[in-house]
Design a protein around this ligand. Structure first.
Ligand SMILES: Nc1ncnc2c1ncn2[C@@H]1O[C@H](COP(=O)(O)OP(=O)(O)OP(=O)(O)O)[C@@H](O)[C@H]1O
Length: 286
């Protein structure tokens, strides 16, 4: 797959939060990520897209230091992330994952308050300001009624929103999310991504829904088989040909009537629009 020239927006070096250079990760001799390069400017929201197994989660795991890349560098505000202490890293980077450890004994508020930990000393008590931060975060994610409910008893979507609230109180400079819309109904998918945009935090998130990514991400990075196939604005990255090549799906792309970014309509049974026009689809059998 030929690589596409990155857009100037993603290439700018001046006010970047994150600079990833030639990042590769191999596992038992197999390349999972190969020479991934990108930078991310302050305040932008970058969507990592690509088919199953493309390497999206692996890339994010390198960024939040869960795995150590085989080669390449990751800079956060000009510093190699490998040189930062755990506390310094946690003050700057918050992570929201799909699978979280069980928190049987905690209420929703208590779980959210965990986000305050990187900013506190070992013997600090919970202050009035801390409680206000938690209340504000609960309101932001629409969980004010669930503050005292056991976290484990929340629905999948509510848990996801509680984890985002925990990240909000952490006051990170960079927020990394792995499939944050997975358990959410369409209203909360849109609301969650819109919320992330209002936080004034630089965000990097993996996301499967290309139309949601197109509507709500400033920039996209398309991975396939561990390689970066394209990066830039949704208009640059999302083309019919590229979606056919990478996802093996035929589609038609038009500007979205509201925001003008690509709106993708998929064709079923691998029918191209032309094939359907010339009789590829039997109208009476629908
Ligand atoms: N710890 C591991 N051990 C073995 N293989 C791994 C490991 N981590 C990742 N892989 C492999 O690396 C490839 C990329 O996986 P990754 O989870 O990063 O993809 P993804 O794009 O996030 O996929 P999905 O969309 O299905 O979540 C897959 O083939 C996966 O099986």
């Amino acid at each position: 797959m030929a690589s596409v020239k990155p857009s100037p927006a993603l290439n700018q070096q001046d006010n970047h939060v994150l600079l990833v250079n030639n990042l590769s990760w191999q596992l038992a001799g197999k390349a999972i990520l190969s020479a991934v390069d990108f930078s991310l400017a302050e305040g932008k929201m970058l969507g990592i897209i690509g088919p199953n197994g493309a390497g999206k989660s692996s890339l994010l795991r390198c960024l939040y230091r869960f795995i150590t890349p085989t080669s390449g560098t990751i800079e956060l505000f000009g510093e190699q992330i490998s040189t930062l202490s755990a506390k310094m890293f946690a003050r700057q980077v918050a992570v929201v994952l799909q699978d979280t450890p069980h928190h049987f004994e905690m209420t929703t508020s208590q779980l959210i308050a965990l986000g305050l930990t990187p900013h506190k000393g070992a013997f600090d008590f919970t202050s009035k300001r801390d409680r206000e931060e938690v209340t504000k975060a609960l309101l932001k994610v629409g969980l004010q009624d669930k503050a005292n409910q056991a976290y484990e008893s929340l629905s999948g979507g509510e848990k996801q929103r509680a984890l985002i609230a925990r990240a909000i109180v952490q006051r990170p400079k960079l927020l990394i999310l792995d499939e944050p819309t997975n358990h959410l109904d369409i209203r909360y998918q849109i609301q969650t991504l819109e919320l992330l945009r209002t936080l004034n935090i630089t965000v990097i998130t993996s996301i499967h829904d290309l139309n949601l990514a197109s509507a709500l991400c400033d920039e996209l990075l398309l991975l396939n088989d561990g390689h970066c196939v394209a990066k830039g604005t949704p208009k640059t990255v999302l083309t019919e040909q590229r979606i056919a090549e990478v996802f093996d799906v035929c589609c038609e792309i038009k500007p979205h009537p509201q925001h003008g970014n690509p709106l993708i309509s998929y064709f079923y049974g691998y029918q191209t629009p032309n094939a359907a026009d010339v009789g590829g689809v039997d109208e009476h059998s629908k």
